[in-house]
Design a protein around this ligand. Structure first.
Ligand SMILES: [Zn+2]
Length: 514
């Protein structure tokens, strides 16, 4: 069977074959699964006069309107909106299908009923990590968990994991994709794994204790958290000579933080670690990885699974699909999902090297790959950085500028009003921890130069902190994610009633997507 070819030969098919098989698979998926059983898409297809059989090639996918986060967020008139996206099978439709009748004839009705349960009954969920908005739940059926395991095993293979590795899962223990994807990936691949639950559960100290005890080959977690743990290990003079891979996920991994992690691992006695990044999101119910690459070369991008989903790269303004290798926003359509299903999901994530199909220069696999840096558009929007000193600021760019800065360890950007007066000008304060015994005035000069060269703003003040104070500011071990940017400006609506005293203690409302 042709679709089987896409599944069994996924890492070695040429571009034209991939696109043809994906179109066939998509058409069947829409016809047999999504349109009959999704309340949302049945209505959407009806409204637009679309039919599953209108999809002849992947170009036809553009006929289907986008779905975005705004479509999933609850509204007062629709308090459970995400449930509209859950597939609910129609017993009559299923019972009338030839395949069902044949299966019942051969295996009996009970067996058929059981197989539909496996395919369609939600038994698990993860949710988005939004802090300002309600988290959006995504439901998995047993069938979805099998796909989660398949994608997990593939991440392990692409990262060149070995069965005798010991892996420490340092993602926060929460109903979020990163922790559970890692758990299922490890058990499916067959590698010893232990979840520490991240910093919130047992603190940096607890994570360090486990590193000493387990002597892991692989650490997997959020780059900023791994950085803090390894930094503390170095400060305490610990050794950890077993490390082979640091696998990053949950937030973007700038080249600078990879270099810093490699340096820390070397100081701990592991000079040859591969630092690889993963990319995933709740709505896809899976993640993708880079393959290991030599230190002096660049990443070949995230290796995709063409049989499990389709990525498109679109112009973020016009929504039109851009040619291979061109930058744009990532749009995802699953090919096998059950439970919660979104089609042509606009991630809000921008990729600067686009989608490519050439064989991977490092591992040789012929899979579609996402090349270059991923920036999260949603971060820019939710932080409203355009208001800093009246200049449009791209936090993604700032983050790269700071993560790549030499002699700079952990950092945090704080925006506040001068004298905490809501009518006053914005102030940008950069909190830093310096590295390598560099002189403070020298680092200040370097940082100011970097800001001036690459952005249109520069910090009003640079404040130096020790490692402990920096960890406290960033919320390591107390927050789910490190607070790399905090906005202590009084909110506009209540600015008039805010006094400096209560403005001071206000929690940041910044949402960082995972
Ligand atoms: Zn590769």
């Amino acid at each position: 069977m042709k679709s089987n070819l896409l599944t069994t030969q996924w890492p070695r098919l040429p571009r034209d074959v991939v696109l043809r098989l994906q179109a066939e698979k998509l058409r069947r998926y829409l016809r047999e699964v999504v349109v009959p059983f999704s309340a949302y898409y049945r209505q959407l297809f009806h409204q637009h006069g679309l039919k599953a059989d209108s999809i002849h090639s992947l170009e036809d996918l553009e006929q289907i309107p986008f779905t975005s986060k705004a479509d999933l967020v609850n509204r007062p008139d629709k308090p459970q909106r995400s449930l509209d996206f859950v597939l609910i099978p129609d017993q009559q439709v299923l019972a009338g299908r030839l395949a069902t009748i044949l299966q019942a004839a051969v295996h009996g009705r009970e067996q058929v009923r059981r197989s539909f349960e496996i395919e369609y009954r939600p038994i698990f969920m993860t949710s988005t990590t939004g802090r300002s908005a309600d988290p959006i739940p995504f439901l998995y059926t047993s069938y979805d968990l099998d796909r989660l395991r398949i994608a997990g095993r593939r991440v392990m293979e692409i990262c060149a994991a070995q069965h005798d590795f010991r892996l420490l899962n340092m993602f926060p223990y929460a109903p979020h994709l990163a922790f559970w994807f890692t758990h299922y990936a490890s058990t499916e691949f067959g590698v010893f794994n232990l979840g520490t639950g991240g910093g919130k559960l047992m603190g940096t100290e607890g994570n360090l204790r486990l590193i000493q005890k387990i002597k892991p080959d692989v650490l997997i977690g959020m780059p900023t958290f791994l950085y803090h743990v390894l930094q503390q290990a170095v400060e305490e003079g610990l050794r950890c000579e077993s490390l082979k891979r640091l696998v990053l996920g949950g937030e973007k991994a700038a080249e600078g933080i990879r270099r810093k992690l490699r340096n820390l691992a070397a100081k701990l006695g592991s000079p040859h670690v591969d630092v690889v990044a993963t990319y995933g999101f709740t709505e896809a119910k899976m993640a993708w990885a880079e393959c290991p690459f030599p230190v002096d070369e660049s990443s070949s991008g995230y290796h995709l699974y063409p049989d499990l989903g389709i990525f498109e790269v679109v112009d973020p303004k016009t929504g039109i699909v851009v040619p291979d290798g061109e930058p744009g926003e990532l749009v995802f359509t699953p090919l096998e999902a059950r439970g919660s299903v979104v089609l042509r999901y606009r991630t809000g994530d921008l990729i600067d090297g686009g989608l490519v199909y050439s064989p991977c220069p490092h591992c040789g696999r012929t899979v579609p790959r996402l090349l270059g840096k991923i920036s999260r558009n949603s971060e820019i929007r939710s932080m409203q950085l355009d208001k800093i000193k009246g200049t449009l600021v791209d936090f993604n760019q700032l983050e790269h500028v700071l993560d790549d800065a030499p002699n700079l360890g952990a950092w945090q950007l704080e925006i506040r009003k001068f004298n905490d007066d809501p009518m006053e000008l914005d102030e940008l304060i950069l909190h830093v921890q310096k590295l390598n015994d560099v002189a403070e005035d020298k680092l200040c000069r370097e940082l100011n130069n970097r800001f001036v060269e690459r952005t249109e703003i520069s910090p009003n003040r640079i404040v130096f902190h020790g490692a402990d104070e920096m960890r406290r500011l960033l919320g390591v071990g107390t927050q789910l994610k490190e607070q790399k940017l905090v906005d202590h400006r009084p909110k506009k609506a209540d600015a008039a009633s805010l006094t400096p005293a209560n403005a001071e203690g206000k929690e940041s409302k910044i949402e960082v997507k995972s």
